[in-house]
Ligand binder design. Structure first.
Ligand code: 5GP
Length: 192
């Protein structure tokens, strides 16, 4: 894995309910030079998820072997017993196509990658206007139980405490504006 300045990457992180998926999809659409970095993870695929597209779904044993082989640029146990990680080979796969990885990972992983790649990485923290609005969105989405809602809101509080360590904070009050801002930051950073 090289780190010269043709090897740049965009790191985006956000609590769930902040509109991250829409912003990521928008970026991939308007900037064909960006390729989504597919993480390895040990959770089971959800309906509609395909191995090698959403994630590389692997066993905990395989994940641990890869940790030993130093195959990850970063990895975290994001949820109890569930590992997620960015493979060095995945970043190389993207750079080898003269493209840039768009890495969508949790706060701790994002800060680790930023620390590793320094000026070659731009890190963006996308956030909902407030925790109340986040709760509102998650309730409207209707996918959470009271317990999982609480878990996600607690995680959001925790993640918000790291926002100042990111290169940019973008508030997603209006999806269109947030997409535009993130897109402009990307253009400026990668000099499109
Ligand atoms: P989900 O299981 O809902 O797909 O993802 C759970 C969390 O794992 C999300 O916050 C997502 O950003 C994070 N995540 C996905 N891939 C990676 C990765 O490679 N490394 C880290 N540190 N977090 C990841």
């Amino acid at each position: 894995m090289s780190s010269d300045d043709t090897h740049k990457l965009i790191i985006i992180t956000a609590p769930s309910g902040s509109g991250k998926t829409s912003v990521v999809n928008h970026l991939l659409q308007v900037h064909p030079q960006l390729i989504f970095s597919i993480s390895a993870c040990t959770r089971n695929p959800r309906p509609g998820e395909t191995d090698g597209l959403s994630y590389y779904f692997i066993s905990v044993d395989d994940f641990k072997k890869k940790i030993e082989a130093d195959a990850f640029a970063e990895y975290e146990m994001v949820y109890e017993g569930k590992y997620y990680g960015t493979l060095k080979a995945e970043l190389d796969r993207i750079w080898n196509q003269q493209c840039y990885p768009l890495v969508d990972i949790d706060v701790k992983g994002a800060l680790k990658l930023k620390n590793q790649f320094g000026a070659n990485a731009m890190s963006i923290f996308l956030k909902a206007p407030s925790i109340a609005e986040l709760e509102n969105r998650l309730r409207k989405r209707g996918t959470e139980t009271e317990a999982s809602l609480k878990e996600r809101l607690d995680k959001a509080h925790f993640e918000l405490s790291f926002e100042n360590q990111f290169d940019h904070i973008v508030v997603n009050d209006q999806l269109e504006n947030a997409c535009h801002k993130v897109s402009e930051l990307t253009k400026a950073f990668l000099q499109f």
